[in-house]
Design a protein around this ligand. Structure first.
Ligand SMILES: C[C@](O)(C(=O)O)[C@H](CC(=O)O)C(=O)O
Ligand SMILES: [Mg+2]
Length: 308
């Protein structure tokens, strides 16, 4: 179905809440453009994660909170008008203090976000799996959560704590408990370092939990089944599709340099037919033909009117 003619998903936050209640676990792959989002939806993923790292990466920028709210809202809009599954939006530190967070939540919700994620780092924020992060005080984060919860209509508010890598595991648990009291719907403990830590966190933090299964970070490779058993409701693979597309591009670029043709790797490309099918290309042609038919009817009607 051509996305242009699809009705947008109404109340995406409620849809995500429903999935959290109905499913054992939700796998949300990271997406950074509408084509990848459409592909993931088609392959059966019931929720998507609009990753800050992947978006900024696609703009050839580091994940340091350099993009603006308007840019993120635009990315969100481009993606939510293509897919009908709920999209979780990574809003970094919320684009300012509590008062700014209100506006952030309003804008992103209006752009179609089902859930909005805010983290407790200071700016410039960093990837949660790096050294040298710093946190805002628990009070300042609580203010942001209160602001977010007060501003949302239907979206879920995800509070991410980066405390594990800065203040330690106990602090991550304490902050999470505080963030739940402030009204957060979902807790995202960033950069836990073992499956046992994920389990312990879930034993002590009573809210729907999101696990981040990113690559090359502080978290070892844990499967979806293991996260499910540990008590997690959502698992994100935030940057995997972005990294895969860069690697695939590198490969074909090398092939062109080395053999001067792509002929030998056509089986590794998404074909024209596959792509047209993905975006519903033929529906655009059909619509255009229908418009021409209607125009002809109008013209013919006028001519017969003139004759008569
Ligand atoms: C989840 C994350 O916030 C993202 O922007 O996708 C990143 C992912 C990553 O850098 O691997 C994060 O800070 O963990
Ligand atoms: Mg991020």
């Amino acid at each position: 179905m051509a996305f242009l003619y699809r009705e947008p998903l109404e109340r995406p936050g409620s849809r995500l809440r429903e999935l959290i209640e109905k499913r054992d676990i939700i796998v949300a792959p990271g997406v950074y453009n509408p084509a990848v989002a459409l592909l993931a939806e088609r392959m059966g993923f019931e929720a998507l994660y609009l990753s800050g790292a992947a978006i900024t990466g696609s703009l050839a920028m580091p994940d340091l909170g350099l993009i603006t709210l308007s840019e993120l809202a635009k990315f969100t809009q481009y993606i939510t008008r293509v897919v009908r599954v709920p999209v979780i939006v990574d809003a970094d530190t919320g684009f300012g203090e509590a008062i700014n967070v209100e506006r952030t939540v309003r804008e992103l919700e209006r752009a179609g976000a089902a859930a909005i994620q805010i983290e407790d780092q200071v700016m410039p924020k960093k990837c949660g799996h790096l050294h040298g992060k710093a946190l805002v005080s628990p009070e300042d984060m609580v203010k942001k959560i209160i602001a977010a919860v007060g501003a949302k209509r239907d979206a879920l508010i995800i509070a991410r704590t980066d405390a594990r890598g800065v203040e330690g595991f106990e602090s991550a648990v304490e902050r999470a408990q505080l963030y739940i009291e402030a009204g957060a719907d979902i807790i995202f403990p960033e950069a836990l370092t073992s499956l046992e830590e994920f389990r312990e966190f879930a034993r002590r933090v009573k809210a729907p939990l999101l696990a981040n299964m990113t690559e090359y970070g502080k978290t070892p490779y844990i499967t979806v089944d293991q996260f499910r058993e540990a008590g997690y409701k959502i698992v994100i693979f935030p940057v995997t599709t972005f990294r895969a597309s860069l690697k695939a591009s590198e490969k074909v670029l090398r092939e062109i340099i080395e053999s001067g043709t792509q002929r030998n790797i056509l089986d590794q490309l998404y074909t024209r037919a596959e792509f047209y099918d993905l975006i519903g290309y033929h529906e655009y042609e059909a619509r255009d033909a229908e418009i021409s038919r209607k125009a002809e009817e109008v013209i013919r009607g006028r001519q017969s009117h003139a004759k008569g």
